[in-house]
Design a protein around this ligand. Structure first.
Ligand code: SAH
Ligand code: MG
Length: 213
């Protein structure tokens, strides 16, 4: 945990949750150890969606569709979401959740490795949520930037690697070093890219908020 645990507990204690459907989905996901965005990230996304009112959202990393459905709940009613997932076990569960929520005509789930799927996409998305394999963010970035509209928002989750990111390379466990190296590179590029203005926030497991100039 990168932020004081009691602080997070306190902040989240003020959170009144979501719709009954989303609360149930969140509970199920937790029980089945499916990774989903944390409460503080949920709240942050909800505020951002109210501010930006996106018409087209792209998500990388669907899991079972919790964050997809949360975004669809708090974005404008006519908003369309495209979401990408490559884990076969989760895809039918996500589809079923979209159907149960009555959102299947607003959400398009694309199956496959985002590295390939992103290349097939066109058009401009005004809100992109990156929440997949952390070591891949840097590789997705060129396509993400191509797909993001001018003035569009890019939010990336889990960028501080549970705090590992500020440690010395040698203090990081060997198996985490690729993520460490690529995530540091990702943050550097986001902060120095001429097309982006980026803020790195120690929220949840670390979040970046970028806007395309
Ligand atoms: N956004 C979801 C959680 C996503 S967890 C939520 O908050 O509800 C990250 C997901 O990204 C996992 O299900 C994983 O299978 C998927 N993923 C990881 N790398 C991927 C890739 N290269 N292409 C597509 N999906 C990927
Ligand atoms: Mg995440």
């Amino acid at each position: 945990m990168i932020v004081d645990e009691r602080m997070v507990t306190y902040i989240n204690s003020l959170d009144k949750g979501n719709t009954a459907f989303l609360d149930e989905l969140e509970k199920e996901a937790r029980e089945n150890r499916v990774p989903i965005i944390r409460r503080e990230m949920q709240s942050f996304l909800k505020v951002l969606l109210r501010i930006t009112s996106p018409r087209l959202i792209l998500e990388v990393g669907t899991a079972v569709g919790f964050s997809t459905l949360l975004m669809s709940e708090y974005a404008p009613e006519d908003c369309r979401i495209t979401t990408i997932e490559n884990y076969e076990k989760r895809i039918p569960i996500a589809r079923e959740n979209f159907r149960k929520a009555g959102k299947e005509d607003r959400i398009t789930l694309l199956e496959g490795d985002a590295a390939q799927v992103l290349k097939t996409l066109e058009g401009s998305y005004d809100f992109i949520f990156m929440d997949a394999a952390k070591a891949q963010y840097i590789h997705f970035l060129p396509d993400i930037l191509r797909l993001l509209s001018n003035g569009g928002i890019l939010v990336s989750d889990n960028v501080l690697q549970d705090g590992d990111l500020i440690e010395s390379h040698f203090a990081v466990e060997r198996r985490n070093r690729t993520i460490y190296k690529r995530m540091r590179e990702y943050l550097y590029v986001l902060k120095n890219h001429e097309q982006l203005e980026t803020s790195i926030l120690p929220l949840g497991d670390g979040v970046t908020l970028s806007v395309k100039k």
